[in-house]
Structures are given as C-alpha cells and as structure tokens.
Write a protein that binds this ligand. Structure first.
Ligand code: PEP
Length: 246
C-alpha cells in the first residue's frame, strides 16, 4: 500500500519569517494521515529541518549537483542537503529544465547521485502545451521517464511527479481522464522496467495548479498518490486543505 504524499515546492520564495508557515503546518497536522514534505529555498533548509524535528513534516531541496563536492561555485550537493536536514530533493522540475537547460540525461545523473547520498528523489516529468496539442503526450512522458530515472531507483528512493508545464501556476488543470491516462501509463512503464513489486511501490504525484478546491477530485484518480504543489504550498492556510483531502 503506497502512503500518500503532499509535497510543497516553494521555488524561489520564502524568507526567515516564512518558517512560521512550516511551524503552523506541523502544528495543524500533528499526526498526518499522509506524508508531508516541504521544499523551501536552500537558505531555509537547515532552520526548517530543525523546526520539523519530531513532527510529521519532512524537508527537501529543490535541486542538487551531480557531484558530491568540488569546484562548483554556487551549487549545492546532495550530501550538503542531507547534512542540512533534508531527506528528499526535487529534480528535473520544468523550471530547472528550462532555466538551466537540464536535459533528462542530466536529471538522471542528479537522481543517481542524490539516491546514492540517501535522499528520496522526486523526479518531475511533463509535456508543454505545444507537445500536448501537436504530438502524443504519452510518447513525451515515456521518453522523459526512460531517460530521467536511474537504474538505482526503488520504491524507497523514487517518487515521480507528473507536471504538465501548461498547468503549472496557470490555474489550468488537465481533465481527470487526462491525468488518469498519464498516471496509468507511468505505472505500467515503471512496472515494465523495474518489475511489478518496485513499479507498484513508486509513488506518483500530480502537480499543476492543485489547490484546496480541486484536491479531492484529483486525489480520487487512479494511480495518483498525492500532489506536488507550488503556489498553494506557501502558507499553512492554503496547504492545509490539500493535506486534509489526502
Ligand atoms: C510546481 O511548480 O511544481 C507547481 C505544481 O506549481 P503550482 O502548484 O503553483 O501550479
């Protein structure tokens, strides 16, 4: 049985004062029925992890380097994330793929390194609007899955987030059938590659304009094991109803 997960991606948002939101989230959900993960900017990881010690909220990073140390100015390694108190890292978010030209092959290297450092990896895949309208979305997702996920993946160190790029921050969401089609396809691909046991145990998140008002409907779709949430994860007030819907 896969435990559901509500994960928040704060992106480049959050100052020290925002730690109060994480504290409020942990207080509001002392014994959550699902796993909770907040990925604040790197500057807040250590303080957030300290606040969340002994609570149901885990802390994660938003990316890492494919080396564990060295001359890479401005970068952060998987072991540094771990040392700061993170237990997970988001990799291959479409904003990283676009802003930093991360390819799926790059993402696979990052994920391999992060997994070797003992982090749970949340690998993101998703099609653009142009791709959805002009090609077969499942071909796009299939290729991203094959190339972005390392062979070292298991149900304990891999989560896949399906995030249609056109749904991120836009207020638009795919239909239930569209989400279900991609999630069922991803499950089948993972089972085919890693075997039934591992393929069945990897959690699949949906991400893209999830909010309190649509969370319950999205979580009712087969093979949706939770959500990766951007804007609505920034405050405990907005994230709380999503957590409660799981
Ligand atoms: C995201 O960036 O991962 C995301 C899903 O953003 P939002 O929830 O704001 O659409």
């Amino acid at each position: 049985m896969r435990r559901k997960l509500a994960a928040g991606n704060w992106k480049m948002n959050g100052m020290k004062a925002s730690l109060a939101e994480i504290e409020a989230l942990a207080k509001a959900h002392p014994d959550p029925a699902c796993d909770l993960l907040i990925c604040p900017p790197a500057t807040l990881i250590a303080a957030a992890a300290e606040i969340c010690q002994g609570t149901g909220v885990k802390i994660g990073g938003q990316t890492c380097h494919d080396r564990l140390a060295g001359a890479h100015t401005g970068d952060i390694s998987a072991t540094m994330l771990k040392d700061a108190g993170a237990s997970a890292v988001i990799l291959g978010h479409s904003e990283r793929r676009e802003d930093h030209e991360e390819s799926s092959e790059d993402v696979r290297m990052l994920a391999k390194t992060a997994q070797s450092a003992g982090l749970m990896t949340v690998v993101c895949v998703g099609e653009s609007l142009f791709q959805r309208q002009s090609t077969n979305t499942l071909d796009i997702i299939g290729a991203q899955l094959s190339l972005s996920i390392p062979d070292s993946s298991t149900g304990e160190n891999l989560i896949v987030a399906y995030e249609p790029i056109w749904a991120i921050g836009s207020g638009l969401t795919p239909t239930k059938d569209e989400i279900g089609e991609v999630h069922d396809f991803m499950r089948a691909r993972l089972e085919h590659r890693f075997g039934y046991g591992v393929g069945k145990s990897v959690r699949l998140l949906y991400g893209g304009s999830v909010k309190g008002s649509n969370a319950e409907e999205i979580f009712s779709i087969s093979n949706v094991d939770g959500a990766l949430v951007g804007g609505a994860s920034l405050t405990a007030e907005d994230f709380g109803p999503i957590v409660s819907a799981l």
